[in-house]
Design a protein around this ligand. Structure first.
Ligand code: PEP
Ligand code: MN
Length: 264
């Protein structure tokens, strides 16, 4: 179901009345790694809605490496997302980690994110076939392109046609950058599937000073959108502080990407 047909076509995944992935417009999703408070998300939403970005991100169920690290605000965080969503009239994207969370996340968010660590959680993928919301499927930490496409196939074959693929870097031998951004995969996925493909330069490089160049490269190789982490006080971010852009840098980046997106 994910495979490109001949003649080729492009699936459009609708996020809201005005925002779709896979069409003419580049879709930029911005926001913190983790939802920390209503004040934090208000500040983010106010700055980014004006940039403009097309959607907000923020995790409330966080897949942390350590069980002792902050695990996210949970349902209280979903309330925060729903509040800024309606106040700023902007769609929100957040991660769902388990089948049990699908219903409540779908009730508050416009798009459900499957994180890298869950890309091959096949029970979760099957259940998301019936979620009734578009899915942002992130590539597994060490998943091949074939495995990535097959993970999307699980969601599609269980009844949900609205899947957006996200390249977020893969593990390699070099730990100078957090992961290695596989832009070849972006070009390949655009050729072999009809699904929209976006890029997460933040988790790919793990260092804020490398986010902008990779965002530009992603657009040049055909990405349909970007998901980028930013925070009102980047160094104080409860998670992924090292890769968070300031809101000012985020707005400047979004502005600088516009002419680039128009040119490809
Ligand atoms: C995230 O987007 O916050 C996240 C945890 O990303 P990934 O699943 O790609 O590591
Ligand atoms: Mn993060």
């Amino acid at each position: 179901l994910a495979a490109q047909s001949h003649p080729s076509h492009q699936t459009i995944v609708k996020l809201s009345e005005t925002v779709s992935f896979g069409g003419e417009e580049l879709v930029i999703i911005g926001g913190p790694c983790t939802v920390e408070s209503l004040e934090q998300m208000e500040t983010v939403a106010q700055k980014l809605a004006a940039a403009p970005v097309q959607a907000l991100r923020g995790g409330v169920y966080k897949p942390r490496t350590s069980p002792y690290a902050f695990q996210g605000m949970g349902e209280a965080g979903l309330e925060v997302l729903a509040e800024v969503r309606s106040r700023y009239n902007i769609p929100v994207v957040t991660e769902v980690m388990s089948i049990a969370q699908i219903e409540v996340v779908a009730a508050h968010a416009d798009m459900l994110q499957v994180g890298s660590r869950n890309m091959q959680n096949f029970d979760l993928l099957r259940a998301l076939g019936q979620a009734g919301k578009p899915i942002l499927l992130k590539r597994g930490l060490a998943a091949t392109i074939e495995e990535f496409v097959m993970a999307a196939e699980y969601i599609l074959s269980h009844g949900n046609p609205d899947v957006v693929l996200c390249e977020r870097g893969i593990r390699s031998f070099d730990n100078y950058t957090r992961n290695v951004l596989d832009l070849g995969a972006v070009a390949a996925l655009k050729q072999i599937t009809h699904l929209p493909v976006i890029v997460d330069p933040s988790h790919a490089v793990g260092k804020r000073e490398l986010v902008a160049p990779m965002a530009k490269a992603a657009i040049a190789c055909g990405a349909d959108g970007l998901i980028i982490e930013c925070h009102p006080e980047p160094e104080k971010s409860v998670s992924d502080a090292r890769q968070a852009l300031s809101l000012e840098d985020m707005v400047n980046l979004v502005t600088s990407l516009k002419p680039l997106a128009a040119a490809v």
